[in-house]
Structure formats: C-alpha cells, structure tokens
Design a protein around this ligand. Structure first.
Ligand code: F6P
Length: 363
C-alpha cells in the first residue's frame, strides 16, 4: 500500500560525478511521476541547492524522459564534493555549521522525502541531516571507487573500470612495439577496485593497490623475469593511493589541501632506473568519471532508481538500495555510513591475480 502522504519528493546528486547519474535520475522521475503520480523536485548542486536563497532547484517532469538522458554522462542536476554543511567553509576562512539552513530549505520546498544519489561521504552527511531534520531519506550508491559497503556495485564503477581496460588495450601495442614499460595510474581513492579489476581484464603484469603496500624489488624482479622469458615490455597499473611499505601515498598540494596523484611517475622513474627499461606514464584521471555509462551502469542506475522510489512509497526510509549478487536489495543507511568497502585480500580477484602470476608488489 503506497504511503498516501507522499506527494512531492526531492532528488539530488552529491559528491564527485560519474557515468550513470542521469540514468538514475531518469528512473526515479519515470517511476515516481508515471507510476505514483508524485512531483519530483531536482535540487541543484547537492545540498548547495537547499542552502541557496532563493532555493536552487527545478521540477523534473516526464519531459526529461524524452531526450537522451539515459546515455548522458555527468549529472543534469549538478553536484559538488565540497562544502560539508556541518563544517561549511565561510569566505573569511572560518567553518560554520549550516545544517539548520539546509533542513529549513528542505521544508520550504514542501518535500515529503528525499532521494540522494551519492558516495560514502555524501551519504554519511545526508544521513546525519536526515536524523537531525526528521527527513525520510533513501540513498542510491554511486562512485567510480566502488568503495560503498554492502553493495556489490555502485553506479559509475563499471564505466570507469571499462575505461581503464580500454586504456590498457591501447597502451599494450605501444609497450610491445617500443619495448617499454607502460605505467597506468588510475583513480579509486583508498580502494583498489578499479586497478585490480582493470589490471586483470587488461592483462597487466603488475597491479598496485592501496590495500597492499608495495616494495620496488618484486616489481623489478617481475620485469626482469619477463625479459628472461623473451618479453621486453610490461604493463603496470597502479591506484592513485598505492604506497610503498616504507612510505606514504604520493599527494599533490591543492587549494590549501592535498589530493592523491603522482605515484605513476615515481614508479616509472624507479622502474626505469632499476631495470634499464624505457618507461612511460599515463594518468587516466577524470577520463574515468565522464562519458557514456556502460550498459551495466545503466541497468544498475535504472534498477536502483525504481527500487528507491518503491521504498519511499512503502515508507521504508533510512535505507540504501544495493546490488547483491543477482538483484537489487536494500540495507540500512546506518549500517553503511562510516564504513568502507576495500579490496578483499583473501577474495577471488586477489587470488586470481596471484595465480596468473601478476605481481601485486608484495612478493
Ligand atoms: O571519489 C571519486 C574520485 O574520482 C576519486 O577516485 C578521486 O580521488 C577523486 O574523486 C577526485 O576528486 P576531484 O574530482 O575533486 O579531483
């Protein structure tokens, strides 16, 4: 029995963009408007839209279903991965708790519930806002990093992973033609899912992930062993947060803070010096985030969007939709926040990589 109180819901995308966000927006609007007859208010730039006065939003009607939104990268609602409302950076450099203004914005819009498409950081913030403001909230997990717990996949991961595999497919011919070691640095923040999946699928010889701190010696030995077997080239994939056992991840100074990036160059130089091989680096960066969503991400986004609306209709809020093995399920948001989903060191992919003779930097 649908919750008769619900007439208008809010919808936002929060955190870094990725492929498949628009496909999820499409699914929510389609199901909410066409099946339940609700109105959907698309809030711009995550919580910023509720902080703005006047409020920054647009009503999403079935007219968004007529275009090419399913295939469109990015998010038509805009997003941000800055400006935590509980510690909001003010122009004078101070930090202020502005959560009350966001909850006030939610009420001004006359919303009966909120569906938020976000990663672990965003969902944690939104869950806190929901608790404080009594907001019925449903989360939809998205992130190329695939580090949201209790879901096999988050929207955006498969597209990013496919992009990294394509990069390896393009780098291999140059590696082979020029007898080079090609190093590919991929994103993923503190989780190595993109590197591990892409490395196996793309035939990498070395895969370095944050969960397994590396030593340079096994990497050098692997490249020398390949040479002994008559192969003069190699493919190395490293996560942006890969770090040596005796050091820390490489970070760049930006905007008063730091950001992962640069480990590929460090490794390339070390490999070249220790093996005498010529080496080149490709940093894939935001190429992994944009672009047309993979068919798998479209399926995930569509399924998640529909299930999120159904949960809202049933009054089952405080939940996050999730993918479990072969289908959609939902889990308590409180079981998700504050946790992360790292690469399982005893899991299938790590075992497979080792069995294939791929060097993971530790042995
Ligand atoms: O969390 C997604 C992600 O793309 C990470 O893989 C990466 O470290 C980070 O966001 C980059 O953030 P920004 O777009 O702010 O540079």
């Amino acid at each position: 029995m649908p919750d008769q109180k619900i007439k208008t819901i809010g919808l936002m995308t929060s955190g870094g963009d990725c492929a498949g966000l628009n496909a999820a927006i499409r699914a929510v609007v389609s199901h909410a408007c066409q099946h339940y007859g609700w109105r959907v208010m698309g809030i711009h730039d995550a919580t910023q839209g509720l902080l703005a006065r006047p409020l920054d939003y647009e009503e999403l009607t079935t007219s968004v279903l007529t275009g090419n939104i399913l295939r469109l990268g990015g998010t038509i609602l805009g997003t941000t991965n800055r400006g935590n409302p509980f510690s909001y950076p003010m122009p004078d450099g101070s930090k202020r708790d502005r959560s009350g203004e966001i909850i006030e914005g939610y009420r001004m819009l006359g919303l009966d519930g909120l569906i938020a498409i976000g990663g672990d950081g965003s969902l944690a913030i939104l869950q806190r806002l929901a608790d404080q403001g009594g907001i019925p909230l449903i989360g939809i997990p998205k992130t190329i990093d695939n580090d949201v717990p209790l879901t096999d996949y988050s929207i955006g991961f498969t597209t990013a992973f496919n992009t990294a595999v394509e990069a390896l497919d393009r780098l291999q011919p140059t590696a082979a033609s020029h007898d080079r070691v090609m190093v590919l640095e991929v994103m993923g923040r503190d989780a190595g899912h993109i590197a591990l999946n892409a490395g196996i699928a793309g035939g990498a010889d070395v895969i370095l992930i944050p969960e397994i701190p590396y030593r340079i010696e096994p990497i050098v030995q692997k490249i020398l062993a390949l040479r002994e077997q008559g192969r003069q080239h190699a493919l190395v994939v490293c996560s942006e947060a890969a770090r040596p056992v005796d050091g820390s991840a490489v970070r760049q100074k930006v905007d008063g803070g730091t950001r992962y990036g640069g480990v590929g160059h460090v490794l390339s130089e070390q490999i070249s010096k220790e093996t005498g091989s010529e080496s080149r680096v490709t940093v894939l960066g935001h190429v992994q985030r944009g672009g047309t969503p993979s068919p798998r991400d479209r399926i995930l986004a569509s399924t998640f969007g529909v299930h999120a609306v159904d949960l809202m209709a049933q009054g089952k809020t405080g939940r996050m939709v999730a993918w479990d093995k072969r289908g959609v399920v939902d889990v308590a948001l409180s079981d998700v926040v504050g946790k992360t989903h790292s690469v399982d060191l005893g899991g299938t992919l790590v075992k497979t990589a080792r069995a294939l003779g791929i060097c993971l930097g530790d042995e």
